[in-house]
Design a protein around this ligand. Structure first.
Ligand code: ADP
Ligand code: MG
Ligand code: MG
Ligand code: MG
Ligand code: MG
Length: 635
């Protein structure tokens, strides 16, 4: 998303009345865009990461750590550089959902040389330092997926109070002041999602039943409680009731440019089975609202946090006002593949409006793409600005983007923006963000390398979509990396055209270790494939060293030799002297945990169980011209 355009949000009633208008023009805009850009060829690999951060304020006397609600202020300064000299900056900064969040990306995308892998971590470090310079005393920028005490008593700086009876969220726990208010988008989305649904969002995440957690675990919400919360909160679960619990989490995303639309469709499909695998491998969010949960990832929380489906759409009431029963929230894993190769694995019934589908087909869009777009367009707009209602459908794509950008799925198929030099792109969205730049760089480089391996070896990783959905559920379970097996394609290297299977027969359950590191005689392993790909390339010594440090980290996480972030976080809390085996994360435990993270990130203490012993890459802020010149062949 570019710099968010300013404007005045319409009320929910006005927005609702314009839902068909947005859909109608969004589809026309897509058709126009498609006709103009479908033959676009020859774009080079470009790619970039997005890292989200939280601002944490420590009080060393009181021993507390709270979310600092100063992102808007910090962002104003960070954006000045971009406004003054947009082409010569090393970083770009964007707002995110939380008033305590920032999103940073490299100043421009990376290109297709191996040597670019050597600047990723340095750029992440630069971003961290750049933003950190603007912080107050005891304020720290942290890349943590979730703040352990979001929504618990007294979790913000300055202090705030939730307003259960007024405002956008109406949460018992999450105050509107914790929403980024520098742009109306976030608060508007919050209000509209709640109003569309007809009630507050409901998030129930199983609590970790340590030995002193009462059975059943049932919270008393005291004076805050009302009927809605009492009936929504499930026993033995951590109950949450606001968009901020999910959209207020941080993640790590990646976007790649493909050479043309076909390659983008292939990458979209081939990366899909990797989403749950990478979610499990990057698991980093076991804590919610001051409690230890029984899951390791944010995914279901965020999915429920923006679930705007009505009771009819969720199948609780017969359809009357609404058109469709819808199985998933608008934030969830994808429902269909886009490439010809993927077609036979589309085994989940797709819901879409037949007329929209037909309109797309009548305009020369093939079945797979038409059903993908039509499926995205079952959703209503949940944020509309008065200035944007009437558009020129030949030039603008805002209505299309309105629906596209609020379908928050594991993968996103991104058409070129109007009037730009940017090509067809694919975004990889499942990963949880890690505490250090080293880990985040490792994940990013691994995924980018995988895309190269997939394309050059013509790998086929496809499995039925229903199996990907099953894997998504498994990936979030506590300690999934060790305890769970995942559906994965066994034969990923045979020539695709020769394979006549129905997909079911071809996939087997593997551990993450087997998928990443290989299983003797059965499965080659993704890292061995990456290594064999790299062996055929000319690669300078520093880049080689950096990539190897990253691949080692991934391998050791997968094998269980190193802990996932989630397992490490659990261990830290459970071994804290103040912890009472009640799954409660007190202010003090939270403070000590975040202080420790800060020290690990600053390299003041080591953390071999999480990072291993070899955490020094050769990352460098600039690419020596001679090295870039010597590397002639793009990856
Ligand atoms: P969004 O929030 O919509 O996903 P952002 O603009 O925040 O998008 O981030 C997109 C990422 O894509 C950034 O890392 C950016 O560097 C990268 N990027 C920019 N231009 C291109 C391009 N032409 N091809 C691939 N990636 C690109
Ligand atoms: Mg972004
Ligand atoms: Mg975004
Ligand atoms: Mg973001
Ligand atoms: Mg993104």
């Amino acid at each position: 998303m570019g710099l968010l355009s300013e404007g005045s949000p319409l009320t929910w009633e006005e927005t609702k009345n314009l839902a068909d208008h947005v859909r109608k023009h969004g589809i026309i805009q897509f058709i126009n865009l498609y006709k103009r850009l479908k033959e676009r060829q020859g774009d080079l690999l470009k790619w970039g990461d997005e890292v989200e951060y939280m601002l944490v304020k420590f009080d060393d006397e009181a021993k507390t750590a709270k979310l600092s609600l100063r992102a808007a202020e910090i962002l104003r300064t960070l954006n000045e550089k971009e406004q003054n000299d947009p082409n010569n900056i090393k970083s770009l900064w964007r707002p995110e959902y939380g008033a305590y969040m920032l999103e940073g990306t490299p100043g421009k995308p990376y290109g297709g040389l191996l040597v670019h892998f050597n600047v990723v971590e340095a750029n992440m470090r630069y971003r961290r330092q750049e933003a950190s310079k603007l912080l107050g005393p005891n304020e720290v920028l942290m890349s943590v997926t979730n703040f352990p005490r979001t929504g618990a008593h007294d979790f913000t700086d300055p202090p705030t109070q939730p307003t259960p009876n007024s405002g956008a969220s109406r949460s018992l726990f999450f105050p509107d002041e914790a929403i980024y208010l520098g742009h109306p988008r976030f608060k508007t989305l919050t209000r509209n999602i709640r109003q569309r649904r007809g009630e507050k969002v409901v998030i129930n995440i199983p609590i970790y039943k340590d030995k002193n957690v009462p059975s059943p675990f049932k919270e008393d919400f005291g004076t805050l409680a009302n009927d809605e919360s009492s009936s929504a909160a499930k026993e033995d679960h951590i109950y949450m009731d606001a968009m901020g619990f999910g959209m207020g989490c941080c993640c790590l995303q990646l976007t790649f440019q493909a050479c043309n639309i076909e390659e983008a469709r292939t990458l979209y499909d081939q990366l899909t089975p990797l989403c749950p695998i990478m979610l499990a491998l990057t698991a980093a969010s076991p804590f919610y609202r001051g409690y230890i949960s029984d899951v390791d990832c944010r995914w279901n929380v965020i999915s429920c946090s923006v679930d705007c489906r009505t009771e009819e759409e969720r199948g609780l009431k017969p359809l009357k006002e609404n058109k469709f029963r819808i199985n998933k929230s608008r934030y969830d894993s994808i429902d269909s593949y886009l490439s010809e190769q993927g077609e036979k694995y589309n085994d989940v019934p797709l819901i879409y409006d037949d007329e929209i589908y037909k309109q797309l087909m009548d305009n020369g869009i093939d079945k797979l793409l038409a059903q993908h777009i039509a499926h995205l367009f079952i959703r209503d707009t949940v944020s509309l600005f008065s200035e944007k209602v009437h558009q020129n459908d030949l030039e603008n794509t805002d209505h299309f983007e309105n629906i596209q950008s609020t379908n928050w799925q594991t993968m996103r198929f991104k058409p070129p923006p109007p009037n730009s030099s940017i090509g067809w792109r694919v975004e990889f969205r499942p990963c949880e963000v890690q505490i250090t730049d080293f880990e985040n760089a490792a994940i990013v480089c691994f995924i980018v390398l995988l895309t190269r391996v997939i394309l050059s070896y013509k790998l086929n990783l496809l499995i039925p979509i229903s199996k990907v959905d099953k894997n998504m559920a498994r990936a979030q379970k506590r300690n999934a990396i060790i305890a769970e097996k995942f559906w994965f394609r066994q034969d990923i290297t045979s020539d695709v055209k020769q394979q006549e299977d129905d997909g079911q027969a071809e996939c087997t359950e593997f551990t993450i270790n087997e998928i990443i590191n290989g299983k003797d005689g059965v499965f080659p392993g993704l890292i061995p494939l990456v290594n064999s790909y790299l062996a055929s390339m000319d690669i300078d010594a520093d880049t080689h060293c950096t990539i190897q440090a990253y691949m080692k980290l991934i391998q050791k996480r997968a094998s269980g030799e190193l802990l996932t972030t989630a397992s490490w976080l659990r261990k830290e809390v459970i071994s804290h002297p103040e912890y009472k085996n009640d799954s409660v994360i007190t202010q003090r435990i939270n403070y000590d945990l975040l202080k420790k993270i800060q020290k690990i990130v600053a390299n003041e203490i080591s953390c071999p169980e999480l990072l291993g012993t070899c955490i020094s890459s050769k990352t460098n802020e600039t690419i020596p011209a001679a090295v870039a010149k010597a590397e002639k062949v793009p990856i």
